[in-house]
Design a protein around this ligand. Structure first.
Ligand code: TRP
Ligand code: SF4
Length: 342
C-alpha cells in the first residue's frame, strides 16, 4: 500500500518513559505505522528550552527514549526514528520561520504560557522569585516555531498530539498560512492535529502521572518495582478493615487502572470482590500488578535485550536521521526558492 499522508510527532528526551506515555502516545503511534509515513523525533533541542542548565543526562535520556520506542514496537523499517539535533536543516528552517512569525503570536501561545508557569513555580519554590527571570530564554519563546520547523520540513499533514499541545499547533498553522500568503505559494501543507481519545492514566498518588512527581510506573520498571509501586497506590480511604465493603467509585487509582488494563470480565469480578469484601485491597492490587506485568512482559524483555546493544540503537538513530535529513534538505531548498533566497 502506498502511504500517502505523512505524520510527524516527537517527544522531549527527559528520561525513561512511563505507562502514561505508552497508553497515551505510543499506542497511537504504533497504530499509524502501517497506514502513514511516520517521522518520530527525539526532540533534544526542545528539551534544552527548559533544561539547558541540566544536560548531564542528555545522551542517556536520548538512548532511553529510543530504547522505549523500539521495545514498544516502533519499527525503524516502517517509521523514521530520528534525533532532532542531527538535522541542522531544521535549525535553518526555524530561523527562517522566526523571521515571519509575529512576536505576539508566540507570546499568546497558551501551551507555552503553561510551560513558563510551571518553570516559574518550580524555581520560586526552590530559589525564590528572583532566580526565575533568567530561565525563560529566547529559545523557549521559539518553542512553537521550532516545532513548526519539525513538522513542515517533511510537509507533514497530521500531527498526533495531546490536547495540551493544541495551542502550539494552532501557531504552526498560522505560520504556514502566513508563509504561503507572503510568498504566494501553496508549498506548505497546514498541519492538522490528530487527536485520539486516550484514557488519562493517573499517577499512583491520584495526581497527574509524571516523572517529576515521583508517582509514575516506567515502561522499563521490573515486575518487582511495578508491584511495589501499585501496592502503594491510594485506595478507597473509608475502607479500613478487610471485612469492610469497598467502594470502587471512591478508589481513584486502582479502579481506573483495572478499567484500562483488564478485560471486562475481570473488571466485573474486581468490582464484585471489592463491594462484597471478598478481596482485601492488597489482594486487589496484587492482581492488578500481575495484569500489568503480563502486559508489559514482552516489551520489558525486548528492552533488556536492546540495552545490551547500545551501538545498534545508536545506529538506528543515525540512519533514521540520515533519511530524515534528506527529506528535510529537499524541502528547505523549496522553501528558500519560495523566499527568493540563494
Ligand atoms: N512539544 C512536544 C511535547 O512536548 C514534542 C515535540 C517536539 C513535537 N517536536 C514536535 C510534537 C513536533 C509534535 C510535532 O510533547
Ligand atoms: Fe480499591 Fe480494590 Fe481496595 Fe476496592 S479492593 S478499594 S477497588 S484497591
Amino acid at each position: 500500500m502506498h502511504k500517502q499522508e505523512r505524520i510527524m510527532s516527537g517527544m522531549r528526551p527527559t528520561g525513561k518513559l512511563h505507562l502514561g506515555h505508552y497508553m497515551g502516545v505510543l499506542k497511537n503511534w504504533l497504530s499509524f505505522q502501517d497506514d502513514y509515513e511516520c517521522f518520530f523525533a527525539i526532540a533534544d533541542w526542545h528539551a534544552l528550552t527548559t533544561k539547558f542548565d541540566d544536560t548531564a543526562g542528555m545522551k542517556q535520556n536520548i538512548i532511553d527514549v529510543a530504547l522505549d520506542w523500539l521495545a514498544c514496537g516502533i519499527n525503524p523499517e516502517k517509521s523514521v526514528i530520528y534525533l532532532q539535533s542531527f538535522i541542522p536543516e531544521t535549525a535553518e528552517l526555524h530561523l527562517l520561520l522566526s523571521m515571519i512569525t509575529p512576536q505576539n503570536w508566540v507570546e499568546r501561545d497558551t501551551t507555552l504560557k503553561d510551560m513558563v508557569k510551571m518553570l516559574r513555580g518550580n524555581i520560586e519554590e526552590t530559589e525564590g522569585a528572583q532566580a526565575y527571570s533568567g530561565l525563560v530564554s529566547y529559545g523557549l519563546l521559539g518553542y512553537p516555531v521550532l516545532q513548526t520547523a519539525d513538522i513542515i520540513q517533511f510537509n507533514a499533514s497530521l500531527v498526533p498530539v495531546g490536547k495540551d499541545q493544541l495551542a502550539h499547533l494552532e501557531i504552526s498553522r498560522d505560520i504556514v498560512r502566513r508563509f504561503n500568503h507572503l510568498y504566494k505559494t501553496a508549498l506548505i501543507k497546514e498541519p492538522q492535529p490528530k487527536l485520539t481519545e486516550t484514557p488519562l492514566l493517573k499517577g499512583i498518588d491520584g495526581q497527574k502521572m509524571g516523572k517529576s512527581y515521583n508517582n509514575d510506573i516506567k515502561i522499563s520498571d521490573s515486575e518487582e518495582i511495578t508491584t511495589k509501586k501499585i501496592m502503594q497506590a491510594i485506595t478507597d480511604r473509608s475502607r479500613i478493615k478487610k471485612t469492610d465493603p469497598g467502594h470502587p467509585e471512591l478508589c481513584e487509582v486502582v479502579c481506573p487502572y483495572y478499567e484500562i488494563f483488564a478485560d471486562e470480565e475481570t473488571v466485573k469480578k474486581q468490582r464484585y470482590n471489592c463491594e462484597n469484601a471478598v478481596w482485601g485491597c492488597a489482594e486487589c492490587k496484587r492482581e492488578l500488578a500481575s495484569i500489568i506485568n503480563s502486559q508489559f512482559g514482552e516489551i520489558r524483555q525486548k528492552r533488556l535485550e536492546l540495552e545490551k546493544t547500545p551501538d545498534y540503537v545508536r545506529e538506528i538513530i543515525k540512519s533514521g536521521s540520515e533519511r530524515a535529513r534528506i527529506k528535510s534538505a529537499e524541502f528547505l531548498r523549496e522553501i528558500k526558492n519560495s523566499m527568493n533566497l540563494y
